[in-house]
Write a protein that binds this ligand. Structure first.
Ligand code: NAD
Length: 254
């Protein structure tokens, strides 16, 4: 078991990549704190983990709200005593050229995708610093590195997360904390299904064009990203610090 006795907190773990990662971390021996703001989805993840014999606790918190994230941190620490790994995964999609993005939509995606990495880190890092150990995984995207059409606001958030990851790594390395980023390509989750519906008159044709953009010519699965997250959360990646890890079927070369 690669995460035996570890305590891991995953934001946005009620769906897609977060849910898959929560299940894998629990199967590898971790106690998993499942965060989401959708109670039904969060509880569903916990039920799946418990049905498989694992340990999980759902804590509702909106990752953009300091009071809720602070309370989540305190509740998690009260129950498990520590947090060994934090996966800042929660995020939303954004579609459109920059001039098409309305100011409210711009603020919303900046808040969830960037502040949603800042806040959990802000409240959990001090506890990791005290223990002089911890690992943080930030969810970026391959759009941080490649120009994709009509993804202006989303790309801006994921580029920011990558820059933040490197800065955090430099600051917290002296405290024994590692901070790395995941850069997935297109992974078939509810998030991508919504994106396809909102972006293409013919979502099936849109799906085919996205497949062709990746060298793999297939979309990734949430499990593919979960395995990369497991590597970053475990001691096996102890020499990775501030690194971008691509799980994109070769999208950056497409
Ligand atoms: P998803 O929509 O399936 O899951 C996201 C989860 O985050 C949902 O359960 C949602 O309720 C939760 N969430 C949203 N806002 C929240 C908030 N304010 N506080 C707490 N929870 C919140 O999406 P996914 O595809 O699994 O994506 C997860 C992450 O991976 C996102 O950051 C996304 O940008 C990133 N990503 C996804 C892909 C992809 O192709 N699916 C590719 C690259 C990066």
């Amino acid at each position: 078991m690669r995460l035996r006795d570890k305590v891991c907190l995953i934001t946005g773990a009620g769906s897609g990549i977060g849910q898959s990662t929560a299940a894998l971390f629990a199967a590898e021996g971790a106690a998993v704190i499942v965060n989401d703001l959708d109670d039904g989805k969060g509880q569903d993840t916990v039920s799946r983990i418990e049905a498989a014999g694992g340990t999980a606790l759902y804590i509702r918190a909106d990752v953009t709200r300091p009071d809720e994230v602070s309370a989540m941190t305190e509740r998690a620490l009260a129950r498990f005593g520590r947090i060994d790994a934090l996966f800042n995964n929660a995020g939303i999609s954004g579609v459109g050229m920059l001039h098409e993005v309305e100011p409210d939509a711009w603020d919303r995606i900046m808040s969830i995708n960037i502040k949603g990495v800042y806040l959990p880190s802000k409240y959990i890092v001090p506890h990791m610093m005290e223990r002089r150990q911890g690992t943080i995984i930030n969810m970026s995207s391959c759009v941080a590195e490649i120009g994709l059409a009509r993804r202006a606001s989303y790309a801006a958030t994921k580029g920011a997360v990558l820059a933040l990851t490197k800065s955090m790594q430099v600051d917290y390395a002296p405290y024994g904390i590692r901070v790395n980023a995941l850069l997935p390509g297109t992974i078939l989750t509810p998030f991508v299904e919504t994106y396809l519906r909102n972006s293409y008159d013919d979502p099936e044709a849109g799906l085919e064009s996205i497949k062709k953009r990746q060298l793999s010519e297939e979309l990734g699965r949430p499990e593919d990203v979960a395995k990369a997250a497991l590597f970053l959360a475990s001691d096996e990646s102890k020499f990775m610090m501030g690194s971008p890890l691509y799980i994109d079927g070769g999208a950056v070369f497409g």
